[in-house]
Design a protein around this ligand. Structure first.
Ligand code: KDG
Length: 302
């Protein structure tokens, strides 16, 4: 049987999310961690969900790891780096659409792939590993290659690799490096979870079908193109091409983690035996509830 151990790799930060009264609420979030948080809540108890990143040894890093453990996300392989600490981001909201400001240039997570042995130990015996374009953006060029190699080794050993291109142009040296790295990441992945607004603008895809074709040409087995409130397009070897029209959200308060929660709902369904169409519905339903509240992690959405 396939391993029921899941690993998400990336950067978790202090999150400052605005409240209605103008004050800020401090939380902890980051795209792949957000998915881990939802996965830990959604998957049956026989599964384990772990997070791999870099963290400091200071009080806020300890609090972050305690927060993860409390949420059911394992932290035992996280790298602790004594002269660094965790990054921070702040959400700004305009009519429900979010934008982010970051303080993460020197974060411990930037060194997450600097110790190959630690990374290799973390990926061992996993059923599925999720990483993202943000994971690739925060590490340097040399460590990116280490990540690719270690993920390729895990895949060869039977792990399913899932990748969300999640593009944050500001975190990359250039548009070209971002686009090139994303296609390299797709080559080591079984499941790719792009968003049409980002992929359309960076790669010039005219339609979601073109996005699917570009990743499938790299050998990706399953591609699901998220598309905001519009039709989701997907394809895998069993279901063939399919579409899903998401039910509109009851209210849109903050779109932070819309894609991350979609990924978690979808992966939960796929890991527990659902077909692609059901898995997409599961992801879309969770995502439409998550955007009805402020911040990335929304317990009421579960
Ligand atoms: O933008 C990032 O790097 C983050 O990880 C912050 C947010 O939690 C994430 O983008 C939401 O998808």
């Amino acid at each position: 049987m396939k391993s029921e151990n899941i690993l998400c790799i990336g950067e978790c930060m202090v999150e400052m999310a605005p409240r209605e009264d103008g004050a800020y609420m401090r939380g902890f979030a980051g795209d792949t961690f957000n998915s881990a948080w939802y996965l830990a809540k959604l998957l049956p108890k026989s599964f384990t969900v772990d997070y791999f990143t870099g963290a400091g040894t200071d009080a806020v890093s300890d609090e972050m790891l305690a927060f993860m453990e409390n949420a059911g996300v394992g932290t035992s392989t996280i790298r602790r780096i004594s002269d660094r600490t965790v990054g921070l981001y702040m959400i700004a909201l305009k009519n429900g659409e979010r934008s982010f400001s970051y303080w993460r240039g020197q974060s411990a997570a930037k060194l997450l792939a600097a110790d190959r042995a630690a990374l290799s130990a973390a990926v061992k015996d996993k059923g599925l590993i999720l990483f993202s374009g943000i994971t690739m953006a925060v590490v340097n060029a040399e460590d990116r290659q280490t990540l690719f190699e270690v993920l390729a080794e895990a895949r060869a050993a039977g792990t399913t690799i899932a990748f969300d291109p999640n593009m944050r142009l500001r975190l990359w040296p250039s548009r070209e490096v971002m686009a090139e790295t994303i296609m390299q990441a797709a080559e080591v992945s079984d499941i790719v979870l792009p968003s049409f607004d980002e992929d359309g603008s960076i790669f010039g895809d005219k339609t979601p079908e073109a996005t699917i074709a570009r990743y499938r040409a790299k050998g990706v087995k399953t591609v699901i193109v998220k598309n905001g409130v519009d039709t989701i397009y997907a394809e895998d070897e069993v279901a063939g091409p399919l579409t899903y029209q998401p039910v509109p959200a009851e209210s849109v308060v903050d779109t932070t983690a819309a894609g991350d929660s979609f990924n978690a709902g979808l992966i939960t369904a796929l890991m527990t035996g659902a077909g692609l169409a059901d898995a997409i519905e599961r992801g879309a339903t969770l995502s439409s509830r998550v955007i009805g509240a402020r911040g990335a992690l929304v317990p009421e959405a579960l």
